[in-house]
Design a protein around this ligand. Structure first.
Ligand SMILES: Cc1cc2nc3c(=O)[nH]c(=O)nc-3n(C[C@H](O)[C@H](O)[C@H](O)COP(=O)(O)OP(=O)(O)OC[C@H]3O[C@@H](n4cnc5c(N)ncnc54)[C@H](O)[C@@H]3O)c2cc1C
Length: 327
C-alpha cells in the first residue's frame, strides 16, 4: 500500500491547486481506485471533487440544459424529463456497468476514464500508453481494439457518454489554467487520436465542471450498443444517432460510433449523405458504409465492422420510429 494524502476541495481553484503535485481528481472512484489497487498509478494526493459547488445538479433550460460533472449516471437514468428529451444520453448511462457502479460513477469520471486496453491495464506491461515503445495490441490480442486511429496505440475510447453527448452536440465546460474552455466532444478526445500516450485532451489539472446540452426542437435521439454480456460489460461497438424528420425526410442527422477509435467516431460525409433523404434501409446502409469506409481492421477485430453497420441501421430505424411516434 502506498501512502497518499486525501483532501476535499471546496472550489475549482483549490482543487486545481491541490492536484498539481502528483495528485489526481477523485470523483466516484470506480476507475481511479481500481487503477491504484492494481498498482497502475501511485498518486501522492487524492483530491475529492464531489463537494465542488454546482457540479451535482441537472439544470433544465429552454435553450439548453446544464449537467454538473458530479451528477451520477444513475441520476441521469432516473430523470424523467431528461429521459424524454435526451433519450440517447439516458440510455448510454443505463448501459454502463452495473446498478451499483452507476450509483457512484459520475459524468466527469466517465468522460475522463482511462483506457481499458488489457495491455495498458496490466501492471507488468510497459505499453506505449504507459511510456513504453510498443503497442502490444498491434500483432497481439486486439479483439476489443480500434478500427481507426491516427497513432500507434490501438486503444479505443469506451466512454458511453462521450458517444451520446457527441451525437447530441453537447459541449464540455473545462476549467484549465486561469480560464474556462468550452470543448466539443471531438475536441475533448482529439489529442488521443494523434498522441498514443494520452486518453483525452485534458491536462492533469484540467477540471470538467459541467456539460451543456442544446435543446434542439423536434430532434430525437437513440443510443444502442453490442456487448458480450448484457450487463457489467463494456460495448464492443456502440452507436448514438440524433436527427429529425421534416415532411418524411431526414434532417440534421448525426451518427457517432464508440469503441472503435480513440475518439467518438463521426464522419461528416456520412451525416450529410442523409440530409433530405427518405428514411429507407438502402439509405441507412449507404450511410453506414460511408461511416466505416476507412476502417483498418486488425487480426481479431474485423467482426466490429458488420456489427457497427448493423448498429447504425438499427439505430436509424429506431430513431425514425420514435420520431413517427411508433416506438
Ligand atoms: C466492470 C466495469 C464495467 C464498466 N462498463 C462501462 C461501460 O459499459 N461504459 C462506460 O462508459 N464505462 C464503463 N465503465 C467505466 C466507468 O463508467 C467509469 O470508470 C466511471 O464512469 C468513472 O466515473 P467515476 O466518477 O467513478 O470516476 P473516477 O474513477 O473518480 O475518475 C476517473 C478518472 O477521471 C478523472 N476525473 C474524474 N472527474 C473529473 C473531472 N470532473 N474533471 C477532470 N477529471 C476528472 C479522475 O482523475 C480519473 O482519472 C466500467 C467500469 C467497470 C469497472
Amino acid at each position: 500500500m502506498n501512502a497518499f494524502a486525501y483532501v476535499t476541495a471546496r472550489s475549482a481553484e483549490s482543487a486545481m491547486e491541490s492536484v498539481r503535485e502528483n495528485g489526481r481528481y477523485l470523483a466516484g472512484g470506480i476507475d481511479l481506485l481500481g487503477q491504484i489497487k492494481e498498482g497502475l498509478t501511485e498518486p501522492a494526493r487524492l483530491v475529492n471533487i464531489k463537494e465542488l459547488p454546482e457540479t451535482g445538479e441537472i439544470l433544465p433550460g429552454k435553450a439548453g440544459w446544464r449537467i454538473g460533472a458530479n451528477v451520477t449516471l444513475d441520476t441521469l437514468t432516473r430523470h424523467p424529463e431528461l429521459r424524454q428529451r435526451f433519450p440517447a444520453l439516458a440510455q448510454a448511462a443505463d448501459d454502463v456497468g452495473s446498478p451499483q457502479m452507476r450509483v457512484v460513477a459520475t459524468v466527469g469520471g466517465n468522460l475522463a476514464q482511462h483506457s481499458r486496453c488489457w495491455y495498458y491495464r496490466h501492471r507488468d506491461v510497459q505499453c506505449l500508453k504507459r511510456g513504453g515503445s510498443q503497442c502490444f495490441a498491434r500483432g497481439g490480442m486486439n479483439k476489443y481494439h480500434s478500427l481507426f486511429t491516427g497513432c500507434r496505440c490501438l486503444s479505443p475510447c469506451v466512454s458511453n457518454l462521450a458517444v451520446a453527448l457527441a451525437a447530441l452536440d453537447a459541449r464540455v465546460v473545462v476549467r484549465r489554467a486561469k480560464k474556462t474552455d468550452t470543448l466539443t466532444l471531438a475536441e475533448l478526445f482529439s489529442a488521443a487520436w494523434s498522441n498514443a500516450k494520452v486518453h483525452h485532451s485534458l491536462a492533469p489539472s484540467d477540471l470538467i465542471l459541467h456539460i451543456e446540452l442544446p435543446v434542439q426542437p423536434a430532434v430525437g435521439s437513440v443510443y444502442q450498443q453490442l456487448s458480450e454480456r448484457s450487463a457489467f460489460d463494456w460495448a464492443l461497438v456502440s452507436c448514438a444517432v440524433s436527427g429529425r424528420l421534416d415532411k418524411g425526410r431526414l434532417r440534421n442527422v448525426r451518427m457517432v460510433l464508440g469503441a472503435i477509435a480513440p475518439t467518438p467516431w463521426e464522419v461528416k460525409a456520412a451525416n450529410t449523405s442523409l440530409e433530405g433523404a427518405e428514411p429507407t434501409d438502402a439509405q441507412f446502409e449507404k450511410a453506414a458504409e460511408r461511416l466505416l469506409r476507412e476502417a483498418v481492421p486488425q487480426e481479431h477485430n474485423g467482426y466490429k465492422i458488420p456489427q457497427a453497420r448493423a448498429l447504425v441501421r438499427r439505430s436509424l430505424t429506431r430513431l425514425v420510429l420514435s420520431l413517427q411516434g411508433t416506438a
